[in-house]
Design a protein around this ligand. Structure first.
Ligand SMILES: Nc1ncnc2c1ncn2[C@@H]1O[C@H](COP(=O)(O)OP(=O)(O)OP(=O)(O)O)[C@@H](O)[C@H]1O
Length: 249
């Protein structure tokens, strides 16, 4: 489980996170939703150590990520997998080398073991036949799969996905969502997904946290989402639905 307590962050005179608390359970896909600029990415960055919050705590199965000894923080970092927006693949490396990159950087594993792990991760995401291809030769959906394979190659306990559906068509988005959910169930990962995709909320929202202007205004799941009495959330859902209808999705 990941627990966040009273996370606050201000840039200049703009408070972006105004004290966010919540829990993300093991084996569950938790979504953080909200409009543009509400602080979702900054919250994720605070959780993975890319941004230091001004106040608050981030606990990984009880271990304090912000105040622990440097070695303990490193150990927690090794237990995280991250799927960045836009997949963040190395254009000059083929699919296999992209996936094995964390093993090369962070472990002393033997070559055989690295290859076994990378092959297994690629097989899990259905890309065993694309190992030698370059990122420029594969589709957006395949790139996301490579990003997921790279995120799981270290067998993470915690998985973070920032807008995994950005740039994908609706059908591919659903497949990527399903893959993230299956992997979360299968390996009992604590998964946090940032999204503003309505399909994702309805399909994989086992737990949903709604942010608005740096505050958590609502928490629930895909079943309770349509019945909220929070005005800002209802407006967000309505705008989302309207937009999808206009786009013909
Ligand atoms: N390093 C930074 N320095 C200054 N301001 C920042 C920094 N990072 C983020 N912000 C600001 O914090 C606010 C929240 O940004 P954030 O990226 O978390 O939004 P978001 O909810 O993820 O939006 P989106 O859905 O558009 O990605 C924005 O106004 C952004 O400009």
């Amino acid at each position: 489980m990941i627990e966040i307590k009273n996370i606050q962050k201000t840039f200049g005179d703009r408070q972006v996170l105004a004290g966010i608390s919540g829990q993300f359970q093991q084996g569950e896909t938790s979504l953080v939703i909200g409009g543009s600029g509400t602080g979702k990415s900054v919250l994720l960055k605070c959780m993975i150590g890319l941004v230091k919050p001004d106040e608050g705590e981030v606990l990984y199965d009880g271990r304090n990520f912000l105040t622990s000894h440097e070695d303990d923080i490193k150990a927690i970092r090794r237990e995280m997998g991250v799927l960045f927006q836009g997949s963040a693949l190395f254009d000059s490396k083929n699919v296999l080398d992209n996936v094995r990159f964390p093993l090369d950087m962070l472990t002393e594993m033997k070559e055989d073991e690295k290859l076994d792990r990378a092959h297994a991760a690629l097989q899990r995401v259905g890309l065993e036949n694309a190992e030698q291809r370059m990122p420029s030769e594969i589709s957006g959906g395949m790139k996301k799969r490579v990003g997921i394979a790279r995120a799981i190659v270290m067998n993470p306990k915690y998985l973070f996905c920032d807008e995994p559906n950005s740039g994908l068509d609706p059908l591919t988005s659903i497949k990527i969502d399903q893959l993230i959910k299956e992997i979360t169930d299968e390996y009992k990962i604590t998964t946090v997904v940032i999204t503003h995709d309505m399909n994702s909320m309805m399909e994989i929202g086992e737990k949903i946290m709604f942010l608005y202007q740096g505050k958590k205004l609502w928490e629930g799941n895909s079943e309770t989402l349509p019945h909220s009495d929070v005005k800002e959330l209802n407006e967000f859902i309505y705008a989302n639905k309207l937009l999808r209808e206009m786009e013909g999705k």
